[in-house]
Every structure is written in structure tokens, then in C-alpha cells.
Design a protein around this ligand. Structure first.
Ligand code: NDP
Length: 461
């Protein structure tokens, strides 16, 4: 038996990497983990967590407006971007500390260096130039924003990475893309008082979501004052006298203080030495893995965004836990990707689990669609025009709820709980016999007794 310096070496200190290193170490394995930037990865350092803090910050102006309807007179308010950034940075530093503490507590060795593969068992630590060996290697290097190198002037644009560290807020911003990041940041910047335009190549934002929610969110964002240009793309970005000048395919010339690209994220595999270790990647540069997150090289696994399966933090963590079961508990376990609840932290928020009406229409012969649109109670006094929307997609034959979609306040919180019901295989009858909790918005989910319409062979009846 060859002997190695470590039982496990993990490259990448994000959600998936840290979880695999910590749990393997807690099982008594000799583990090292290397991170070239900051522990916590995209989610903690420049993704989900700081983004959600920004979302909260951007909602206060509406809270202040709403307060008037409830008898409050709110004094003059002002927003200080630098204070928000400092508070956010403090919290992120605290979380990073917790991640390291967890690793250290489990006796994993924490390395602050870039690490690259030399062969299937050997890793080079770039900070010292030293090489170490490991029996098993996990690649969990995540992803990076697509730089859209084909766009003339792309080097003048920022990505979400920089959005978390802007020196000051611009007066105006143009955001390219129609996915999670573009939509969330458009709402954040608008809420903080920045004149915001979104430019998206498709016919409607958020291409992978239920059509009703996409349209509903689009309308709500426009009503707030966000400009959305669909079926258009940027052709060129140049520096003008007053900021950046953007020419679009449809012939518009736009001006913006900042242009932010949110056009998807690419797997972080460049220069990692994968070819030296013989690890295969696909045409997007993502590490190819089997159902157990194992690469084509027996002792090397890959998890999280670097594999380009489902780019979500809880998925990377789940993949890490499956890797632990497979490799260290003699219990080969495949990650389960069915019915992943997800939220877009837009304003209003989207929370969803299961199939959209369009997807379900392709899979099931007949659907019952239950759909409610209503003004939430709080809006009756605040006067806010925003409506909530809830939709249940039911397979008519089995009565199983196969999709649940919410647009409105706390939609993400509700989608998490709905995820349990769909995972448990609940039918519409289970929803019907559940007592409503009054007065809540969520009670609508158990009080939609008659289908709003049916879909047969993909066609609305
Ligand atoms: P998404 O995949 O969500 O969206 C990418 C967008 O860019 C799509 O609208 C896509 O259009 C568009 N696009 C891609 N390439 C081009 C191009 N060459 N020209 C014009 N438009 C283009 O990626 P994001 O960057 O928004 O986010 C990355 C991932 O991070 C997400 O997929 C998600 O998994 C995760 N994430 C999750 C969040 C959450 O859970 N709340 C929040 C933020 C990110 P089209 O739709 O036509 O393909």
C-alpha cells in the first residue's frame, strides 16, 4: 500500500469543499483543505449571504413608505452605502471565521494557498511551492462569472463579484442577463435608489421558471420603475463623457454609470492541472463526474459548481455528504436532485418547487391548475399595489401536487416548507384537508378548492 501525506485533500474552501473536509476530518481521516481566496466560497463571501443582506437593505424605503398607512410618520431617511458595506464585511468576516473554526475543530489542516494537481495523487501548494500527496482528492473550486469576452468593451463591465465592493453607488446601472443574479441585483440597486435597466436576450426574464410568475414579476418590477428590455443584447460598451455608453442590437444607445454582466457562471477549472491528473472536463470546462461525484480518475471526486450540475449551495453541501457516505461509510449514495426548492430574492420574491405549468404539461396528460392572485392584508393599509400569486400544479390522474409556485412576500420561506410536502408526495387532497392558518398569505395554498383551469396534452382548456 502506498502511503500518502493525507487521506483526503480538498481543493476549494466553499460550501461543498468545507463540508467534505470537515466531516471527513471528524471521522478521523487526515484531511487538508486549500483555498486561494477566502473560506466560505461564493455563497458566503460574494454570493447568497451578502446578496440577501443587500436585499434587506434595499427594502427599507418601501417599509418607510408603507408605515404611513399604519399611522407612522417616519422622519427624513438617508442611506449610507459605505456603512452597509462595512457592516456586511464584518458579518462576512465573522462567518468566514466560523467556517475555519469548524474545520480546525475537526482537526482538518487549513491551507491558505492556491493548489494545483500535479498527478492523480499529488498536489502543488503554490504559496510555498511544496508538493503533498493524498489518497483521495476532492475538487470543489466552484465557478466564476462568465466574462462575456466576445463583447467589445467587456473589460469595462463589472460582475456580481465587484458589486459587493463598489466604492460608491452609481446613479445608474445597466444589468445584462435575465437569470437569478441579474433579476436580484436589478431589484437591489433599484431599491437603493439607482436608476436601473435590465437587458435580456429572451422573450421573458427567468427562463426556467413558471410563465405566470415570470410575467407577474416583470410587471411588478416595471411598476416600481425598473426598465426591462427583452429580446435585446449589448453589442458594444465604450467609455463616454458621462459614464459608459452601451449600444444594443436593436439600435438603442444607453448610458449607465456601471454595466454589470450576469450571464451565468463558468466552472473554475482553468490552470488546475486537471489534464496532468487525467481528469476529464466537458466543453464548458466543467469536471465530468458519475452519479457519485467521482471523476474518470478513480480517487478524484468533484462537487459543487465546478461540475455544473445544479449551481446551488445546498446542492453542493448535499453532494459533499453523499461523497462522505460513498467514500468513508461504505454506503454508495447518489445525490438526489428531484424537487429542489428554490427562490429568487427579487422584489416581489419568487419561491418555487417542482415543475412549472409548461414542464408539467409536457410530462402529464392532464393537469389541474389552481391559481390565486390577491392583495395581501398588509397592502390594504399600506396602499401598495403589489399582488401575491400562488399556483399549484396537480397531476389530474394521481392528484399529486407536482409544482408549487409563489410570487410575493416570503415566497422563499414558503417554498422551503412546500418542498417537504412535494417530497413526501402529498396530493391535492392532503392540501385540502389541511386546516388554514388565518390570517396568513400561505392559507391560500390550502383554500384553493376548485381548479382555475385544466391543461390537457399541454394545452390550456
Ligand atoms: P443564470 O443561469 O440564472 O442566468 C444567466 C442569464 O444570462 C440567463 O438569463 C441567460 O439567458 C443569460 N445569458 C447567458 N449567456 C448569454 C449571452 N451570451 N448573451 C446574453 N445573455 C446570456 O445565471 P446567473 O449568472 O444569474 O447565476 C448563476 C447561478 O447561480 C444560477 O444559475 C443559480 O444556480 C445560482 N444563483 C442562485 C441564486 C438563488 O438561489 N437565489 C441567486 C444567484 C445565483 P437564457 O435564459 O436565454 O439562457
Amino acid at each position: 500500500m502506498p502511503s500518502y501525506d493525507y487521506d483526503l485533500f480538498v481543493i476549494g474552501g466553499g460550501s461543498g469543499g468545507v463540508r467534505s473536509a470537515r466531516v471527513a476530518a471528524s471521522l478521523g481521516k487526515k484531511v487538508a483543505i486549500a483555498e486561494e481566496y477566502r473560506y466560505g466560497g461564493t455563497c458566503v463571501i460574494r454570493g447568497c449571504v451578502p446578496k440577501k443582506l443587500f436585499v434587506y437593505a434595499s427594502q427599507f424605503h418601501e417599509h418607510f413608505e408603507d408605515a404611513a398607512g399604519f399611522g407612522w410618520t417616519v422622519g427624513e431617511s438617508a442611506f449610507d452605502w459605505k456603512k452597509l458595506i462595512a457592516a456586511k464585511d464584518n458579518e462576512i468576516a465573522r462567518l468566514e471565521g466560523l467556517y475555519k473554526k469548524g474545520l480546525a475543530g475537526a482537526n482538518a489542516e487549513i491551507l491558505e494557498t492556491r493548489a494545483e494537481l500535479v498527478d492523480a495523487h499529488t498536489i502543488k501548494l503554490l504559496r510555498t511551492g511544496e508538493t503533498v500527496t493524498a489518497k483521495t482528492i476532492v475538487i470543489a473550486t466552484g465557478g466564476r462569472p462568465n466574462p462575456h469576452a466576445a463583447l467589445p468593451g467587456h473589460e469595462l463591465c463589472i460582475s456580481s463579484n465587484e458589486a459587493f465592493h463598489l466604492e460608491e453607488l452609481p446613479k445608474s446601472i445597466l444589468i445584462a442577463g435575465g437569470g437569478y443574479i441579474a433579476v436580484e441585483f436589478a431589484n437591489i440597486f433599484h431599491g437603493l435608489g439607482v436608476e436601473t435597466t435590465l437587458i435580456y436576450r429572451g422573450t421573458e426574464i427567468l427562463s426556467r421558471f413558471d410563465e405566470d410568475l415570470r410575467r407577474g414579476l416583470h410587471e411588478a418590477m416595471v411598476a416600481k420603475g425598473i426598465r426591462i428590455l427583452c429580446q435585446d443584447v449589448m453589442e458594444k460598451v465604450t467609455r463616454g463623457e458621462n459614464g459608459l455608453v452601451i449600444e444594443t442590437m436593436k439600435g438603442e444607445t444607453l448610458n449607465a454609470g456601471i454595466v454589470m454582466l450576469a450571464l451565468g457562471r463558468d466552472p473554475n477549472t482553468r490552470g488546475l492541472g486537471l489534464e496532468k491528473a487525467g481528469v476529464a472536463v466537458n466543453e464548458r470546462g466543467a469536471v465530468i463526474v458519475d452519479d457519485y461525484s467521482r471523476t474518470n480518475v478513480e480517487n478524484i471526486y468533484a462537487l459543487g459548481d465546478v461540475t455544473d450540475r445544479v449551481q446551488l449551495t445546498p446542492v453542493a453541501i448535499h453532494e459533499a455528504m453523499c461523497f462522505i457516505e460513498t467514500e468513508y461509510k461504505n454506503n454508495p449514495t447518489k445525490p438526489d436532485y428531484d424537487l429542489i426548492p428554490t427562490a429568487v430574492f427579487s422584489q416581489p420574491e419568487i419561491g418555487t418547487v417542482g415543475l412549472s405549468e409548461e414542464e408539467a404539461g409536457k410530462r402529464y396528460q392532464e393537469l389541474e391548475v389552481y391559481r390565486a392572485q390577491f392583495r395581501p392584508l398588509k397592502a390594504t393599509l399600506s396602499g401598495r399595489a403589489e399582488k401575491m400569486m400562488m399556483k399549484l400544479i396537480v397531476d389530474a390522474a394521481s392528484r399529486k401536487v407536482v409544482g408549487a409556485h409563489i410570487l410575493g412576500h416570503d415566497a422563499g420561506e414558503m417554498a422551503q416548507i412546500l418542498g417537504i410536502t412535494l417530497k413526501a408526495g402529498c396530493t391535492k387532497d392532503d392540501f385540502d384537508r389541511t386546516m388554514a392558518l388565518h390570517p396568513t398569505a400561505a392559507e391560500e395554498l390550502v383554500t384553493m378548492y376548485a381548479p382555475s383551469y385544466r391543461v390537457r396534452d399541454g394545452q390550456r382548456l
